[in-house]
Design a protein around this ligand. Structure first.
Ligand SMILES: [Zn+2]
Length: 185
């Protein structure tokens, strides 16, 4: 049994608008109807930093054909008003190290909707007091006040501002007492 949903299973309620499901991904499934065109890859290449195994990106596309995978970066596909074009990724994109995550992704998508694609950029928050819950993926966050370190310049204590004050303790004491006497005067 294939875990890839049919287009009707993931169709947003209003035409052209994403809700729990992505309108763009629905369009993709209509345009590329075969399971062999609906593979999901964790790709080790991205347009910003090139080959980057540390931060794999999700791609949707075809099965691997030799070194080649015809695919589209999923977040990019699911941008509002984006087209449905796919690109040919090859050896220069490290495709031999791309991992097929088709089953895991589609299961995640049916459970979390657009949050499975966009992560923290997609949550639909329901806020109540100091607590908010994502209506899509169920993530819960609590409001927290964070104290940030902040560097300032402060006036130094008086006795450290005396010019020529040196290491000799008796000398320091003497000078401090002079300052005190002057202040008392
Ligand atoms: Zn969410």
């Amino acid at each position: 049994m294939s875990l890839i949903p049919t287009p009707e299973m993931v169709k947003p309620k209003v035409r052209g608008q994403s809700d729990f499901f992505s309108w763009q991904l629905y369009r993709y499934l209509r345009k590329y109807p075969y399971a062999s065109q609906q593979r999901i890859w964790a790709g080790t290449w991205n347009s910003a930093t090139g080959i980057d195994p540390e931060s794999p990106q999700l791609y949707i596309g075809s099965e691997r054909d030799g070194f080649w995978i015809h695919a589209r970066q999923l977040r990019n596909l699911c941008c509002h008003n984006s087209g449905l074009e796919r690109w040919a990724y090859g050896p220069g994109h490290d495709t031999r190290n791309w991992t097929d995550v088709t089953e895991a992704f589609w299961a995640d998508y049916l459970k979390k909707g657009v949050c499975a694609i966009h992560g923290d950029f997609a949550h639909e928050w329901d806020e109540e007091g100091d607590r908010r819950t994502c209506l899509y993926c169920g993530q819960v966050e609590v409001k927290t006040i964070v104290m940030k370190p902040h560097t300032v310049w402060q006036l130094a204590p008086v006795n450290t501002r005396v010019e020529g004050l040196t290491g000799d303790i008796d000398d320091k004491r003497q000078r401090n007492s002079i300052i005190c006497n002057e202040e008392r005067a």
